[in-house]
Design a protein around this ligand. Structure first.
Ligand code: ADP
Length: 492
């Protein structure tokens, strides 16, 4: 048995309905004529059957029109035969009626085709309007809303029923609200467009009274000599929010970057000073021992002075140790984060200004792992460092591919890998890569990687670099992963 889909069933039903209307209209006409038969006798027998033919042809098209005509003929002759005589005149009248019926049915068919075409076009247009991300609003020449798309409903908070019939100023904050009628008038008088044909960024107002930025483009149409304007509206809120967030992140990172750079330098200085301080303390202790047992009064004073100097050297060492501990901890704030989100945000920042260098970025996030326990800003600092280094290393390369990949690792860790197709790391540099102040760049500080290592290790991870198969460099670092269960425990 053939399987019929819903639209088949619907169209069959429609056909049956069209023919049923024809039959019903003729039956109604016959009943009315029958009731009045004693008064009308055989007068104007066709008159009652013309409306059913017109109705059937107009609503149902050709087939129902012909059916109504065909059904009417014997019924008309029923009255003529019952109340008068059937002669050639009646036959000729009948023939004319049939001709009129066929003609009407044909016109009905054309009307129906035009109607179907118009409906199809409208449905087509509607499907486009529903799918475009822009809201679409049509207003007439006086600014009255004629149509209001589903996207417009969502954007402005009015339903189409609420919006249609109102002046479009409903959707504008002051002072546009008061001025808009004037704009339309001025355009009508001068023909000088302000928004028509070009896009403009303006403010709009939602039903709840809040204003939001939109990009507005207006087109003008003149169907049947009447003026209409179609507005396409894009909500800019999200774009502006994204830009603001990016700006915020950029300044946040710049701040942290300066802080961590200072921290890195302090840490490096502490490291460098620790040894000489320990040596001073040892020399002083040795000297102190040499002075032991001497009874010379001046030497006793000298001994006390050396004791104090050794104490101070130890104290300086302690201060430095405290400083290193403090930097090591770095006041970090660890939270459960999505590594994919961290990477995307950090990359957006690191790539600012790198677009015109033709760098091709690929992200490859393993769906099995995503959540990490990390200090967001610090980990982003690491990512920005690695990505900026990669971009700088690719300056001379013809192929500029940057890939950031996440993969699961043993011991509940996530590996984040940054690959570039750059110059690669020289052997001489490779040995000192993570040491402070090691750089090959004329304006480089050489602290980026040393800070990155401090941050990664403070998170319980490791960082390493190596050559990439096929040229360039691969940096990999690990972070502790958090499972979905742990994260929901943490949120409970
Ligand atoms: P800086 O970028 O200020 O020099 P870093 O500590 O970030 O400091 O990097 C140290 C050095 O490591 C760089 O000067 C560069 O020689 C080398 N380097 C880092 N990343 C890469 C890379 N992706 N490709 C090639 N060399 C790199």
């Amino acid at each position: 048995m053939p399987v019929r889909n819903r639209s088949d069933v619907a169209s069959r039903r429609e056909t049956v309905l069209r023919y049923a209307i024809a039959v019903a209209a003729v039956a109604l006409a016959f009943t009315a004529r029958f009731v009045l038969a004693s008064i009308l006798k055989d007068q104007a027998p066709y008159l009652f059957f013309l409306p059913p033919v017109l109705l059937a042809a107009g609503v149902g098209g050709f087939g129902p029109g012909i059916l109504a005509t065909g059904l009417s003929i014997p019924l008309v002759f029923f009255f003529i035969a019952n109340y008068g005589t059937v002669g050639w005149t009646e036959v000729a009248n009948g023939a004319v009626f049939v001709l009129i019926g066929v003609g009407t049915a044909w016109i009905g068919k054309r009307l129906r085709q035009a109607r179907i075409l118009a409906l199809t076009r409208e449905a087509h247009l509607q499907s486009i309007i529903d799918i475009v991300p822009e809201a679409t609003i049509v207003i007439d020449g006086r600014g009255i809303i004629q149509s209001f798309s589903a996207t417009a409903e969502r954007m402005f908070g009015y339903t189409a029923a609420e919006a249609i019939g109102n002046n479009v100023t409903l959707l504008m904050p002051s002072p546009y609200r008061e001025e808009h009628d004037g704009y339309i008038e001025r355009y009508r008088d001068t023909g000088e467009p302000r928004v028509i044909g070009t896009g403009r960024v303006v403010a709009a107002q939602r039903k709840d009274g809040s204003t939001f930025p939109i990009e507005l483009a207006v087109g003008e149409i003149w169907p049947a000599g009447q003026r209409f304007f179609t507005g396409f509206i894009r909500d800019l809120t999200e774009r502006q929010e994204t830009e603001a967030r990016l700006q915020e992140l950029r300044s946040e990172l710049a701040h942290v970057s300066r802080l961590t750079e200072m921290g890195g330098m302090a840490s490096a200085i502490a490291h460098e000073l620790n040894q000489p301080l320990a040596a001073i303390a040892n020399y002083l202790k040795g000297s102190r021992r040499l002075l032991d047992g001497s009874a010379d009064e001046r030497l006793v004073i000298l001994r006390d002075a050396i004791d104090s100097a050794a104490d101070q050297a130890l104290r300086a060492g302690q201060i430095i140790r405290h400083m290193r501990d403090f930097i090591g901890r770095g006041g970090s704030e660890r939270q459960i984060q999505s590594i994919a989100k961290l990477v995307e945000e950090a990359s957006a920042l690191a790539l600012v200004g790198a677009k015109d260098q033709g760098i091709h970025v690929t992200f490859d996030f393993d769906p099995r792992v995503d959540l990490v326990l990390a200090d967001k800003v610090q980990v982003q600092q690491v990512l920005v460092n690695l990505i900026r280094n990669a971009i700088e290393a690719m300056e001379e390369s013809s192929e500029r591919n940057l890939t950031v990949r996440t993969t699961p690792a043993d011991d509940m860790m996530i590996v984040v890998q940054v690959d570039d197709t750059g110059s690669g790391i020289s052997e001489e540099m490779a040995a000192r890569l993570f040491q402070p102040f090691a750089t090959t760049k004329p304006r480089g500080m050489g602290v980026g990687l040393s800070i990155s290592r401090t941050i990664v290790e403070a998170h319980g991870g490791q960082i390493e670099a190596g050559p990439r198969a096929g040229g360039g460099t691969t940096f990999r670092f690990t972070l502790p992963a958090v499972t979905k269960e742990e994260s929901s425990d943490a949120h409970r």
